[in-house]
Design a protein around this ligand. Structure first.
Ligand code: NAD
Length: 285
């Protein structure tokens, strides 16, 4: 099946990034969120991001106008009815996603594909909640979407080869590099990345080195572009803990137990960049 019109559910960090990447690559996008305010914020973010590309002379104002013109917005699921593929990037909550999938399943044409950008929820479980489980797949993009090349394409137990092939072709056509991954807690990247960050929090909690030293060590000793604690602040401490809990609960392997300091910092309300404080401070601009 050819994928022409693409729906994106959620206009937040990931949703607006996905919409931008698709529209810049020439795809028609319908972005959906629960209200006009969320959609406006998403569109403003895209507009600002494209303005920066214009400033760097990587895009012309006419190309920006064309890309923005390819993004329509709606505030309810039925507005996505004529999409060939819908990529769900709403908040990370299993009940919410199951509800959105059920609603999408009831309004989309039978051949349409349903994808989720979830970081941690089982694609097999999301697929089982629909009447088209073979047409459900994970499309796990990375933040910031317009910049990061990778998409993990997650095959649930029920995902068909045809669904995978259609989504893989789309991913390549928008300039992304897909990898094929079996559904499993944390998929591939988070399965390795989040325990590394969690270990950095253990190292900090045990007082082996300061936060700045830990990050410096991984930058200078391993050539990482950003230290694990600064990365945790960027991802959000809440998101890091949620992934560790999924790995821990999903495997019952104690090697994935969350670092006590991570849990305690969340109790204090330190979420990272988004709250102004995490392992480092981010004064309001
Ligand atoms: P976000 O909080 O920035 O955005 C979520 C958006 O979903 C919000 O705009 C919210 O209004 C909207 N939403 C909530 N309920 C909705 C509904 N019923 N219908 C439509 N929209 C609804 O979150 P995010 O960081 O963009 O994460 C979205 C998804 O992407 C999550 O599943 C997350 O696990 C995944 N993800 C996040 C990252 C990341 O680095 N932030 C990376 C990869 C995957």
């Amino acid at each position: 099946m050819g994928i022409s019109k693409i729906g994106v559910v959620g206009a937040g960090t990931m949703g607006n990034g996905i919409a931008q990447a698709l529209a810049v690559a020439g795809r028609d996008v319908v972005m959906m969120d629960i209200g006009e305010a969320q959609l406006k914020r998403g569109l403003d973010t895209i507009s600002g991001s494209l303005d920066r590309l214009i400033k760097k002379e990587k895009m012309t104002p006419a190309e920006k106008a064309a890309a923005m013109g390819r993004i329509a917005t709606v505030t309810s699921v039925p507005g996505l009815a004529d999409c060939d593929l819908v990529i769900e990037a709403a908040s990370e909550n299993v009940d919410l996603k199951l509800r959105i999938f059920a609603e999408l399943d009831s309004v989309l044409k039978p051949e349409a594909i349903l994808a989720s950008n979830t970081s941690s929820i089982s694609i097999t479980r999301l697929a089982a909640g629909t009447k088209r489980p073979s047409q459900v797949i994970g499309m796990h993009f990375f933040n910031p979407v317009p910049v990061m090349a990778l998409i993990e394409l997650i095959n649930g137990l029920q995902t068909s080869a045809a669904t995978y092939a259609a989504v893989e072709e789309l991913a390549r056509s928008i300039g992304k590099a897909p990898i094929k991954v079996k559904n499993s807690p944390g998929f591939v990247v988070n399965r390795m990345l989040c325990p590394m960050i969690n270990e950095a929090v253990f190292v900090l909690g045990e007082g082996l080195a300061t936060a700045a030293e830990i990050d410096e060590a991984m930058k200078l000793g391993c050539n990482h572009p950003i230290g694990p604690l600064a990365l945790c602040d960027l991802i959000g401490l809440d998101v890091e803990l949620a992934v560790m809990q999924v790995l821990y609960e999903g495997t019952k392997d104690p090697k994935y137990r969350p670092a006590p300091l991570l849990v305690e910092m969340l109790e204090a309300g330190y979420l990272g960049r988004k709250s102004g404080k995490g392992f480092f401070d981010y004064p309001a601009k």
